[in-house]
Design a protein around this ligand. Structure first.
Ligand SMILES: Nc1ncnc2c1ncn2[C@@H]1O[C@H](COP(=O)(O)OP(=O)(O)OP(=O)(O)O)[C@@H](O)[C@H]1O
Ligand SMILES: [Mg+2]
Length: 325
């Protein structure tokens, strides 16, 4: 069963000028996935997360989350999923210390006594909050409040977790520990994760699949490695080869290398050395085949550099005019 299965979801916000936040969004997400929801400011990411976590009812479409109906069982959805919103202060009581906040919420999530205490200690440690356990929420930094909000929502140990910009406001150490926590939740406990981020490198590192939204519509939804190939962006692989005589050099036929488009070559600074550039729309596939060709030809590889397509490139293309159909 798909954890999330929605079709044709639309949402607009009323106002003098009606804002269409989402239009015709379909999404099927299997258990154990980490979905990266990406897109420029105002694309509709937070709106979609609110709908999927039962906080907002869509205006059009239908579907289920964890088997519950999006339109009629939002209350059940809210109880069964965890959500960390960018306004991380929601749910933090300023009259309770950091630890007391978690102690207060534990029974709400069915955690009692020793089990609750251990879980709270573990989350405080994993999020680097041990030193602030007895501090008041007003006296900790914005990033520490974000960590507390994360700890609170992870107390629940739900099978589906929504993280809206979870590493926003965090320092380098905080970012590392939150990324590790997400990976562990997924790998060890099989938790399905939907996250948004504006850090493309983070999405590439964490997510098994990527959904790009722009102006409320889905532009792409593919496994992460496929999304990188999906635009057919061409990048160079540059090789320095020691050949006995540069003048005799015969470059590879690009048609024999998977993903290769064209080749260019010329003599290097050092006598007998050839600089070969292979332009590829799938550097991951081309590189090993190219190395095999080099070895087969009996050349010595003196250097190699690959420029790969990153999510940053895909994002730039899909967020710009080209991505809008
Ligand atoms: N409560 C609201 N009332 C009116 N319009 C809203 C409301 N919330 C969002 N919008 C509008 O809906 C659209 C989608 O907003 P949303 O917050 O879902 O975008 P987002 O992708 O999360 O952006 P960001 O990257 O900035 O967080 C935007 O045009 C936004 O201005
Ligand atoms: Mg948002």
């Amino acid at each position: 069963m798909a954890v999330i299965d929605i079709q044709g979801i639309g949402k607009w916000y009323p106002g003098r000028r009606r804002t269409v936040a989402l239009e015709g969004v379909d999404l099927r997400l299997a258990e154990g996935a980490i979905l990266g929801l990406l897109g420029p400011n105002g694309a509709g990411k937070t709106t979609l997360i609110k709908i999927l976590s039962g906080l907002l009812v869509p205006d059009t479409g239908r579907g289920t989350v964890l088997g519950y109906d999006l339109m009629r069982q939002a209350r059940h959805i809210r109880a069964a999923v965890s959500l960390v919103a960018p306004t991380a202060d929601v749910g933090i009581d300023n009259n309770l210390t950091v630890r007391q906040n978690l102690v207060f919420w534990a029974p709400v999530y069915g955690l009692f006594g020793e089990i609750a205490r251990r879980r709270i200690d573990e989350l405080l440690a994993r999020l680097g909050l041990e030193g602030k356990a007895d501090a008041w929420p007003m006296h900790i930094s914005a990033g520490q409040r974000q960590r507390l909000a994360l700890a609170r929502s992870l107390l629940a140990e739900n099978a589906l977790v929504f993280l809206d910009e979870p590493t926003n406001k965090l320092d380098a150490e905080g970012i590392r520990s939150v990324r590790q926590l997400i990976t562990d939740l997924n790998a060890r406990h099989g938790v399905t994760v939907v996250l948004t981020t504006h850090v493309m490198e983070e999405a590439e590192e964490l997510c098994s699949e990527i959904m790009f939204l722009a102006q409320g519509r889905v532009r792409r939804h593919l496994p992460t490695d496929e999304v990188l190939r999906s635009l057919g962006l061409v990048r160079p692989i540059r090789l320095a080869l020691d050949s006995r005589e540069a003048a005799d050099f015969t470059p590879p036929d690009p048609r024999t290398l998977r993903g290769a488009e064209r080749v260019a070559w010329g003599p290097g600074d050092i006598r007998g050395r050839v600089l070969l550039t292979v332009w590829s729309r799938d550097t991951v596939a081309t590189t090993p085949e190219l190395i095999e060709w080099v070895l087969h030809q009996g050349y010595r590889l003196a250097g190699m550099e690959t420029e790969r397509v990153t999510l940053e490139d895909v994002f730039a293309t899909l967020s710009g005019a080209e991505g809008v159909h």
